[in-house]
Ligand binder design. Structure first.
Ligand code: AHM
Ligand code: MG
Length: 326
């Protein structure tokens, strides 16, 4: 019989000596994603489509669903006694949890916001860090390789929950009874690929190493890379990473010369770190085009970063190109 998420987590925890408190936090995240999924599925019928009329700390307009999903996660996680604190893409500052909590949960409550109103896949991304001592901003500024778990919910044709507790990557599908059921127990990204994902409309703003790399991909079979590459761009990182976990590929969101103060569009703590842990756990690689994302020492909660992740051959090739061009 197919195993549900709770049973899987219990078994996985005993097989790998994982703290029961961490499993409890994971269950709270998953339960909240089920609740978010119910709202996403109903769209206009649940009154969740459209602008919230507010902005977040990064100056981005918030959608109603950004705010709803954020509030649901904050409330649920504050109610979990093992959670010491939270940080969210939609909150200016970190939020305190419970003084005895051993974990910090960081999340992008609704990733792919530009796709909400057009019924294209969106998701929730989360990262879990260990915690001890007094809760302060510094508590959250841990490198990605300190994460004890990460994952995402993908609200697509199916609602999926994908997680790692540092012992592989597992995929669960939401069934008719609103229960996540294990549907894939191995995710392995192959080293080579013929598929890339990048927002080509920003091409003229990329650094020259990225311009050269993508130009080589576009040359096709008779060009330098000797392959006909295919391109995909959903504009939801959750959907792009899921595709890479399922059939390999490389995803890039490079830094942009339009705003030199920003290191890229995506956020290190809420997007790049959790996705990098999943990709590395599935045998792939992840860099900021220079160094491994998981090794970056964060300087701020809302820090942005360039992202190159997926099949190792491509990630190494594009990273080497950037390193040697400096
Ligand atoms: P969001 O968290 O505000 O939704 O922004 C992140 C999203 C990613 O999911 C996606 O990879 C990227 O932004 C898409 O950017 P673009 O609008 O340039 O295509
Ligand atoms: Mg996002």
């Amino acid at each position: 019989m197919a195993q549900n998420l709770r049973a899987f987590l219990q078994e996985h925890a005993s097989a790998h000596q994982i703290d029961a408190a961490l499993i409890d936090v994971m269950n709270t995240v998953a339960d909240t994603c089920v609740a978010i999924s119910s709202k996403v599925r109903l769209g206009d019928l649940a009154g969740i489509i459209g602008e919230a009329g507010s902005g977040n700390v990064q100056g981005e307009d918030q959608k109603k669903l950004d705010v709803i999903a954020n509030n649901m996660l904050v409330e649920a996680l504050q109610g979990n006694k093992h959670v010491a604190g939270l940080a969210s893409e939609e909150e200016d500052n970190f939020v305190a949890g419970n003084v005895d909590g051993k974990y910090l949960v960081l999340f992008d409550p609704l990733d792919g916001s530009s796709n909400i109103d057009v019924n294209i896949s969106i998701g929730t991304i989360f990262s879990i860090l260990p915690h001890e001592g007094t809760l302060e901003l510094d508590s959250f500024l841990q490198a990605g390789n300190q994460q004890v778990a990460s994952g995402y919910a993908l609200y697509g044709p199916q609602t999926l929950f994908v997680l790692t507790l540092r012992h592989g990557v597992f995929v669960f599908t939401l069934n008719d009874a609103n229960e996540f059921v294990l549907t894939r127990d191995t995710c392995q990204i192959s080293p080579s690929t013929k598929e890339f994902a990048i927002n080509m409309s920003n091409q003229r703003h990329w650094q020259s190493a990225m311009q050269t790399y993508v130009a080589e991909l576009l040359e096709g079979k008779t060009g330098k890379r000797g392959k006909d590459y295919n391109m995909r761009w959903v504009a939801s990182m959750v959907a792009e990473v899921h595709r890479i976990l399922m059939r390999s590929g490389v995803f890039m969101y490079p830094k942009d010369s339009r705003d030199p103060s920003k290191a890229g569009k995506l956020r290190l703590m809420y997007e790049a770190n959790p996705m990098s842990l999943l990709v590395v756990q599935a045998g792939g690689a992840s860099t900021n085009a220079h160094e491994n994302i998981l090794d970056i020492q964060p300087q701020g909660l809302h820090q942005r970063v360039s992202v190159v992740l997926g099949s190792t051959d491509e990630v190494s090739y594009v990273t080497e190109k950037h390193v040697s061009s400096n």
